[in-house]
Design a protein around this ligand. Structure first.
Ligand SMILES: [Zn+2]
Length: 160
């Protein structure tokens, strides 16, 4: 896989992880999830979500700088564009889903919750930030490359 694409996938995984935690759909509290991103927050305010988004962007930008020599330049340009909007979009996405279902996302989330319940965990999802190559769990969410083997590290859905 193109290294810029791999980073884009991690951005998506972190987005789901943070938004689900903000919506109370994860087993861990929002505060606990925010702490893994180095942000102290007890509730998912726009400021907290923006701060988490900015922390993800900073680390992803750093990772992109390291791999961009091996990546398709068009994908790098696309990813840099996404990174510019990522933090503000994260806060907006949470507001859109928590402020009713004006955008029609309600049924999608209802479906996701039903699915999580079906796997047997009281409707909550548990995500662990884990290396996809060696399986090492990372304490810090802001790790994009495994400190043990150099593999890809991003949130993985596990048992609820
Ligand atoms: Zn690893």
């Amino acid at each position: 896989m193109d290294p810029a694409d791999a980073l884009a996938q991690k951005l998506d995984a972190h987005r789901r992880h943070v938004l689900d935690a903000a919506a109370g759909k994860e087993a861990d509290s929002f505060g606990a999830t925010a702490a893994t991103y180095g942000v102290t927050a007890s509730s998912p305010t726009p400021e907290a979500l923006t701060a988490i988004g900015e922390a993800i962007v900073a680390h992803c930008s750093e990772a992109l700088t390291q791999v961009q020599g091996q990546a398709d330049p068009r994908r790098v340009t696309f990813l840099r564009g996404r990174l510019e909007r990522y933090a503000s979009e994260l806060a907006q996405a949470h507001q859109a889903t928590s402020g009713g279902s004006k955008l029609g996302l309600g049924s999608i989330f209802a479906n996701a919750t039903a699915h999580a319940g079906w796997t047997g965990g009281h409707g909550k999802v548990r995500r662990v930030i884990r290396c996809h190559r060696c399986g090492a769990a990372q304490e810090q969410a802001l790790v994009f490359v495994c400190s043990y083997c150099g593999g890809s590290v991003f949130p993985t859905e596990e048992k609820a």
